[in-house]
Design a binder for this molecule. Structure first.
Ligand code: SAM
Length: 221
């Protein structure tokens, strides 16, 4: 039998629901203290949450929403955020696709992080990978002009797919051009999986794309 979960949250419980996001909007999740945050940041699939905690601690004036599909990971992260005393993180149990597609308004976010999303290595599962054209269209539409989407993977076939899909979205520009990605980003906060994959000697791929105006002016999300 697995270890039992601890449900009580030390400190403030900063979990929020998709309904609250739909009702209150991004800023509404944070309250008056963050009426106009320096940056609005979304992390999809925060896993054990080390990256989000460190990024939020380094940027106390910015507002961070972490979205995770796993109930257990959301609960554990809520406990970590509560213990940290940070008031600029909200955590949400949801699929990133739904949050980006249905709940975040157009031109809202300054940054979106997708770190080491599941690579689904079997060919028949490749359609489940997070970075796919319809999701990237919502990523582009959710970013403000000049906003960044940052994607990382250790999986070589997935890296090629990510490269193709990001480059295929006309509202995004590759910041690392002419390179498709970087193998290392000095000073980057490492995620839990990143540390493991680096120790295992796996190749890493870091993508940064910037939201630009659409060619031809059409601006649908
Ligand atoms: C391989 S782990 C990477 C965790 C963390 N980003 C890191 O780099 O250490 C992928 C995480 O994404 C979550 N996940 C998978 N599909 C998701 C989705 N559609 N929306 C949100 N989270 C998702 C999983 O539950 C898991 O925690």
């Amino acid at each position: 039998m697995g270890r039992s979960l601890k449900y009580e949250i030390p400190g403030t419980d900063w979990r929020r629901s998709t309904l609250e996001l739909a009702d209150l909007g991004f800023e509404g999740l944070f309250g008056p203290e963050f009426n106009s945050p320096q940056e609005r940041v979304l992390e999809i699939g925060f896993g054990r949450g080390e990256f989000l905690l460190e990024l939020a601690a380094k940027n106390p004036e910015s507002a961070f929403l972490g979205v995770e599909v796993s109930f257990k990971r959301v609960l554990k992260m809520a406990r970590k955020v509560g213990r940290s005393g940070l008031s600029n993180i909200r955590v949400m149990e949801a699929r990133g696709e739904v949050v980006l597609g249905d709940l975040i308004p157009a031109d809202c976010l300054d940054a979106i992080w997708v770190n080491f999303s599941d690579p689904w290595p079997k060919d028949r599962h490749a359609g489940r990978r997070f970075i796919r054209p319809e999701v990237v269209a919502d990523v582009a539409g959710s970013l403000v002009r000049g906003g960044l989407v940052q994607v990382a993977t250790d999986d070589v076939p997935y890296a090629h797919q990510i490269s193709e899909v990001l480059a295929g979205e006309s509202r995004l520009r590759n910041v690392h051009e002419p390179l498709p990605w970087l193998a290392d980003v000095p000073g980057r906060i490492p995620t839990g999986y990143e540390i493991e994959w680096r120790e295992a000697g796996r190749p890493l791929h870091f993508f940064t794309y910037e939201r630009i105006a659409a060619q031809g002016g059409g601006e649908l999300k």
